[in-house]
Ligand binder design. Sequence first.
Ligand code: M6R
Length: 364
Amino acid sequence: DKGNHRHFMQKEIYEQPVVVAQTLRSYLRRMENQVSLPDMDFDLGSVKRVTIVACGTSYYAGLVAKYWFEKFARIPVDIDVASEFRYRDPVLEDGGLALFISQSGETADTLAALRHAKAHGQIIAVVVNVPTSSMAREADLLLPTHAGPEIGVASTKAFTCQLAVLAALAANLARSNGKLTAEEEAEIVWHLSEAPAAMNEALSHDAAIEAIAPLIVPARDVLYLGRGPDYPMALEGALKLKEISYIHAEGYAAGEMKHGPIALIDEAVPVIVIAPSGPLFEKTVSNMQEVQARGGKVVLISDAEGIAQAGEGCMATIEMPKVHPLIAPLVYAVPVQLLAYHVAVAKGTDVDQPRNLAKSVTVE
Ligand code: M6R
C-alpha cells in the first residue's frame, strides 16, 4: 500500500527517519551510551582484517563502512563487488571477518561470494533486510536491518538502514580491539541517535529539490562529486539517477576530476556536488570551483554554512541540516534520492519498476 504517496519509492524515502530509528534501537543502548550487537560465538576483538562484499547500492553502503572501520577500529578493510570477488581468487587468511551486505539476502553473486568466503575459513557476518533469506540463514553473525519490505526497485530505506547497522558495527569492532574510549563510544551513540531527526529535516527540503529537477531533466549526462565517506554518496546519487530516469550519470571522487572527467564539463553537463561542511569541505569546494571555471553548472548540496561560503555562482543549492560528519552519509542520501525521484517523475518513467531491472538479482 502506497498510502498517500504516488510511488513506493517516494513512500520508502519518507519512511527513512522511522525505519532508521527502528534499526538503531536494536543496536544502541542509549542509557548505557553503548553500541551493542547480537550475541556471537567468536571474539570480535581478534578480527585482524575485514572483507566486505556486496552489489549495487549495498556495495556503496560497504564503501562508506570501509571509512568507518578503518577510522574507528584501525582494521584493514578490503572491499569488492561480489561478481569480481568470486572470480579473482582473493587472499583470505583464516579467522578474517567477511561481511556481506544485501537488502534481499538472495542476490546470486553475493550469496556465491559468501559461500566462497565460508569455504576459505572466514567468519561470515551478514547485514540483511530479509531475515528469512538465504544469506541470513548462512551467517555466523546476523545483523538485520529493520527497514521493512522494500518494494521500489531502487533501494532507498534499506540503504540508510544498512549504514546505521554498519556504523554500530564499526564502533563495536573499535571497542573490541581497544581502539575506542567509553567517551568516544558515547559520542558515536549520540551522533547516531541524532540521525533520524536530521533525516526528517532533510526531507523537509523536498519541495526545493523538486523545483531543481527541471534543471536536470534535459541533461544527457550528469556528474556527482564527493570526498571521503561522501564519495560513495556521489556513486549512489549517480546510480539512483541512472536507474530510474535513464540519464547517464557518474559518481567521482572529487579529487579525480582533473585526472580525466573534467574534460566532459560544459554547460550541458550538470554537476552535483555533495559537500557537507567538515574536514573535507574546502577540498571539495576547490574541485567544484575548477568545474565552475570551465563553465560547469553546479548544484551544491551542503548545509547553510557551506552554502553561505561556496554557494555563490552555483546553478542551484540544496540545503541540508548541519550534522556531524559521521551521520552525513545517512542524511545526504535523502536529497540524492529525492533528486533522482523528481527527475524520473518529470520524465514520466516507471519509477518503481524501471526498465530492464529486477528487485532481486537471483541469477548470475
Ligand atoms: O538485495 P541486494 O541489496 O543484494 O541488491 C543489490 C543490488 O542489486 C541493488 O542494490 C541494486 O543496485 C538496486 N537496484 C539499487 O537501487
